[in-house]
Write a protein that binds this ligand. Structure first.
Ligand SMILES: [Zn+2]
Length: 144
């Protein structure tokens, strides 16, 4: 992260902490406590982005913070973050040519069930249709 990017992350966190939606109150408290911007919220916690670009898992259960993230989660966070905070577009990966087609969606980026696109379910590739080879390998290993 350069200084401009760090300041964009700080501004995004400031803006997030000023929101008042009660449903997000718990995550807002955790975000404030740890100075981590929730870039990939989940039902059990969120992936938080620190000003220097480091990512951490923040558990909703006990409020603990861990830097132990899989490559897949890191990948999804880099896609979801700029969707939630458009000013963080620099986080989004530009797929290089050595990324491999997602085996789950066949490269379309869309989840298809019974021939129909399912818009509110996200493919494991995050919708890009391609994945870093290491992430694709780790997903294959998980599915064995
Ligand atoms: Zn996919």
């Amino acid at each position: 992260m350069d200084a401009a990017q760090a300041s964009l992350i700080r501004l995004a966190l400031d803006g997030y902490l000023r929101q008042s939606d009660e449903r997000d109150a718990r995550y807002r408290d955790l975000a404030r406590q740890h100075s981590l911007l929730p870039v990939l919220p989940d039902w059990s916690g969120f992936v938080g982005l620190r000003e220097d670009g480091a990512l951490f898992w923040v558990s909703d259960d006990d409020g603990s913070v861990s830097s132990n993230l899989t490559q897949h989660i890191t990948h999804l966070a880099s896609l979801r973050g700029p969707e939630l905070f458009p000013e963080l577009g620099f986080l989004a990966p530009v797929p290089p040519s050595d990324w491999v087609a997602c085996s789950s969606c066949g490269g379309s980026g869309k989840v298809v069930v019974d021939g129909q696109h399912v818009d509110d379910v996200r493919c494991q590739c995050g919708g890009l249709g391609r994945l870093p080879a290491a992430v694709a390998r780790s997903l294959r290993a998980d599915n064995l």
